[in-house]
Ligand binder design. Structure first.
Ligand SMILES: NC(=O)C1=CN([C@@H]2O[C@H](COP(=O)(O)OP(=O)(O)OC[C@H]3O[C@@H](n4cnc5c(N)ncnc54)[C@H](OP(=O)(O)O)[C@@H]3O)[C@@H](O)[C@H]2O)C=CC1
Ligand SMILES: N[C@@H](CC=O)C(=O)O
Length: 393
């Protein structure tokens, strides 16, 4: 049975406005935006319609509205909006990965109790339909790993630096102007956005929900010309990569960090705001999903797909989370990294298991070696203060 949807939309920024246009052009879904809740009533809008409000309750308490689409840039406020909407018996579509990664456990319970649906394919990899595919198609036992470029802005910056000799600040500014970056772009460049997405992906891939503070993430703000030179001399590129991998003992591990990528890897050619996700399984080796990971229309098209799914009464069942015993998460595993540093005090924070290569000059040094992920996790919050650059090898 198909349901007619009356939408209450929160947010009319890059994605919200994108959705307005995409929905207008849709010929298949019977859905209308009834009200749009925004934050700044005096902001000049490109769309002049009589549907704006700044009062969230005008949507949450409107009995006519049967679907809330949450596309705001504040995770804490989004949490309250989404929770209140679900409690009122309204289904929700959201793109807010930070809010989801932090509150999914509670929100899943609420949606079950109130027999509503919370869909969020746009929260991971923009236009790439990764979540619904992991939920519906990929079987828990067959999946071995998921590795990907999950953040469009950092990939855009790295592309500008590597391919065009651009500088970091101008590339970040351009990513912001094009609507790719988060309102707080630290999330993009320090690997937090990728990490939130990886948490959501992991829940739908393996059934386990991992807390953000338990995952090692680092990013690209400290990338220096010497790191780029190192990569280029070896014929490699640097990409910000998120990875979740099953281990031989049945548990799994995950992290987000820059990676030195060789031309034979699928993600080597993923450039600009595109994302790429490699799904590795027991019997099919590798599959690759590729598409725009950020931007108004690519993201809005994913939101539209969730709206259409909801019109057909679709909901995630979280089968791997509820019907099986999900694998446990561990950081008790080793990763091989390139660590560039400038002084021995910075280096002293890293407890390497073994070092296979060392280089030192008057300007900088680097080592390549293996280190426990648990040991990296201990220095996670210190990293932004150290002049070091880390990349998985
Ligand atoms: N941009 C992208 O490519 C992608 C974004 N996302 C996610 O989508 C969401 C929206 O991103 P984006 O469109 O880029 O963000 P923008 O900053 O462009 O827009 C944010 C919108 O939220 C509104 N807003 C903020 N707080 C509130 C509130 N409390 N109540 C009502 N409205 C509010 C703002 O109102 P006002 O206009 O009045 O300022 C604005 O319209 C974020 O969660 C983001 O992570 C997901 C995938 C891709
Ligand atoms: N800021 C994000 C937007 C999409 O999730 C990104 O750059 O990928």
């Amino acid at each position: 049975m198909k349901t007619k949807l009356n939408i209450g939309l929160f947010g009319f920024g890059v994605v919200g406005e994108g959705l307005y246009h995409v929905l207008k052009n849709s010929r298949t879904v019977d859905a209308t935006i009834k009200k749009v809740c925004i934050k700044h009533p005096d902001k000049k809008r490109n769309v002049s319609e009589n549907f704006y409000t700044t009062d969230a309750n005008e949507i949450i308490n409107d009995e006519d509205i049967n679907l809330v689409v949450e596309l705001i840039d504040n995770a804490d406020e989004a949490y309250h909006i989404v929770k209140a909407s679900l409690l009122k018996g309204k289904s929700v579509v959201s793109g807010n990965k930070k809010m989801l990664a932090e509150h999914l456990e509670e929100l899943i319970e609420i949606q079950k109790k109130h027999n509503v649906s919370l869909l969020y394919d746009a929260s991971a990899c923009g236009s790439i339909p990764v979540i619904r595919n992991l939920e519906e198609y990929y079987d828990n036992d067959l999946l071995k790993s998921i590795t990907g470029i999950l953040n469009g802005s950092s990939n855009f910056i790295l592309t500008k630096i590597f391919n065009e000799g651009g500088d970091y600040d101008s590339a970040l500014k351009l990513a912001q102007d094009l609507g790719f970056a988060e309102s707080n772009p630290t999330f993009d460049v320090e690997g937090y956005d990728s990490m939130f997405k990886l948490i959501i992906i992991t829940l739908h891939a393996f059934g386990t929900l991992v807390k953000p503070e338990d995952i090692f993430n680092c990013g690209i703000p400290n990338l220096a010309p010497c790191d780029i030179q190192y990569a280029k001399e070896k014929g490699l590129k640097i990409k910000l990569v998120a990875q979740v991998t099953k281990l031989d003992n049945g548990s799994f591990t995950m992290f987000v960090m820059p990676k030195l990528v060789s031309p034979d890897e699928y993600i080597y050619s993923v450039e600009n705001e595109y994302n790429g996700v490699i799904i590795e399984g027991e019997y099919y080796e590798k599959q690759f999903m590729f598409g725009k990971g950020a931007g108004a229309f690519p993201t809005a098209s994913s939101v539209l797909s969730d709206i259409t799914a909801r019109a057909h009464n679709y909901k995630y069942e979280y089968k791997k989370h509820t019907l099986f015993t999900p694998p446990t998460y561990t950081t008790d595993t080793e990763v091989k990294i390139y660590l560039r540093y400038r002084d021995s005090l910075a280096f002293s924070h890293f407890e390497f298991e073994n070092i296979t290569e060392k280089y030192s000059s008057k300007d900088y040094s680097y080592v390549i070696g293996t280190i426990k992920l648990s040991s990296l996790q201990k220095v996670k919050y210190l990293l932004p203060k150290l002049d070091v650059f880390i990349a998985a090898v």
